[in-house]
Write a protein that binds this ligand. Structure first.
Ligand SMILES: [Zn+2]
Length: 295
C-alpha cells in the first residue's frame, strides 16, 4: 500500500474504523470488558466519538481500538494508516521529523506514533528460528559514526568508550529472515545462547568472522570462520548478508536518529528487522493492521 492507495481506500475516520471493526470482530462487535455481544452503537460526532459502543451488560463504553496500539489516540486513524504505510515502505527508515512533515503533524506526535508502531512490530513478531546457511555478526550503533568492522569496535570497556553505543547481535539466514537484538553482552557464552535460541543448530551451517567469541560455536554446528584480515569472500564463505543488514541499520541511524537515546535502540532494531523480514510481502500493510487488532 502506498500513500495514494491508503488515501483512496481510507478517505475518512469512518472507513478506517469500519475496517478495524471487521478485522477485530467480523460482523458483531464484542464488549472487550465482559465479552458480551449485546452492545449499542452511540451516534456521536467528532473524531474521538465515532465508532463508540455501549455494552448493555456491563454498561461500559468502548471502541474498536480499545487495548490496541490505537487506544486513546486523538490522531485521525487515516494518519496512523499513512504512517504505517510510510514506515513499512521506508527502505532506510524514516525520521520522526520527516514523518511529521509528510503527515502535517508536530515532531513529538510523529515520534510518539513511530514509537508505538515500532513497539507493535517488536511485540507481534513471533519467535523466529533460522535454518540453513546462517551468517552471524555483531555491531554497535548509537554515538558517533565510525568505520565499520574494526576490531576496536568490539571491546568498548577496554577502549574506555562511553555508554553511548549499544551492542547489537544478529543472525541472518541467506535468502531468509534476520534476527537482531540489543545484546546483553558479547562474550562467548552470550553469543552461544543467542545462536542456540535463534538458529536450528542441527540443520544449519554458520558463517562468522574471526572474532574469538564465536569459537565455542564450532562444537555446536558446522562453523566457517572468514578471516577478514586475509579476505572477505571465499566462494559462499562470507558474511556479506548480515553486513548488508548492518549497513542499512546504521546508515538510517546515523542519518536520522542520532539524537535519540540508547533506550530507543531496541525498538529501532525491531522495526528494521520487521521491515527486512517482510520485504517481499506485498500484503504487509494488511498483515500489520490485522496483527495490531489481536489483543
Ligand atoms: Zn460489557
Amino acid at each position: 500500500m502506498n500513500l495514494i492507495e491508503v488515501m483512496e481506500r481510507f478517505p475518512d475516520q469512518e472507513s478506517c474504523i469500519e475496517h478495524l471493526e471487521r478485522i477485530r470482530w467480523g460482523n458483531k462487535p464484542v464488549c472487550p470488558h465482559c465479552g458480551c455481544v449485546e452492545v449499542k452503537q452511540k451516534n456521536e460526532e467528532g473524531i474521538g466519538r465515532v465508532g463508540r459502543y455501549n455494552c448493555t451488560a456491563c454498561k461500559a463504553s468502548f471502541k474498536v481500538t480499545q487495548g490496541t496500539m490505537f487506544h486513546g489516540t486523538k490522531i485521525p486513524l487515516q494518519k496512523w494508516f499513512l504512517a504505517i504505510s510510510l514506515i513499512l515502505n521506508a527502505k532506510k527508515s524514516l525520521s520522526s521529523c520527516q514523518l511529521a512533515r509528510d503527515l502535517d503533524l508536530n515532531q513529538k506526535t510523529a515520534w510518539y506514533m513511530q514509537a508505538r508502531i515500532r513497539a507493535e512490530m517488536a511485540n507481534k513478531t513471533n519467535p523466529i528460528v533460522l535454518q540453513g546457511i546462517i551468517e552471524a555478526d555483531e555491531t554497535y550503533i548509537g554515538g558517533k559514526p565510525r568505520k565499520e568492522n574494526k576490531k576496536e569496535d568490539r571491546e568498548p570497556a577496554k577502549r574506555g568508550r562511553g555508554t553511548s553505543k549499544t551492542a547489537v547481535i544478529g543472525a541472518v539466514e541467506r535468502g531468509g529472515q534476520v534476527v537482531a537484538e540489543v545484546a546483553k553482552g558479547l562474550t562467548g557464552r552470550d553469543i552461544m545462547q543467542f545462536i542456540q535460541r535463534v538458529v536450528n543448530v542441527k540443520e544449519s551451517e554458520l558463517m562468522t568472522d574471526e572474532y574469538h567469541a564465536y569459537n565455542a560455536l564450532s562444537s555446536q554446528l558446522k562453523h566457517h570462520v572468514i578471516n577478514h584480515q586475509e579476505q572477505y569472500v571465499d566462494g559462499d564463505k562470507h558474511t556479506n548478508t548480515i553486513e548488508g543488514f548492518w549497513s542499512l541499520l546504521k546508515r538510517a541511524w546515523y542519518g536520522q536518529h542520532h539524537h535519540y537515546s540508547v533506550a530507543y535502540t531496541p525498538l529501532y532494531v525491531a522495526e528494521r528487522c520487521y521491515v527486512y523480514n517482510n520485504r517481499n510481502l506485498e500484503t504487509i500493510f494488511w498483515k500489520f493492521l490485522k496483527e495490531s487488532m489481536k489483543v
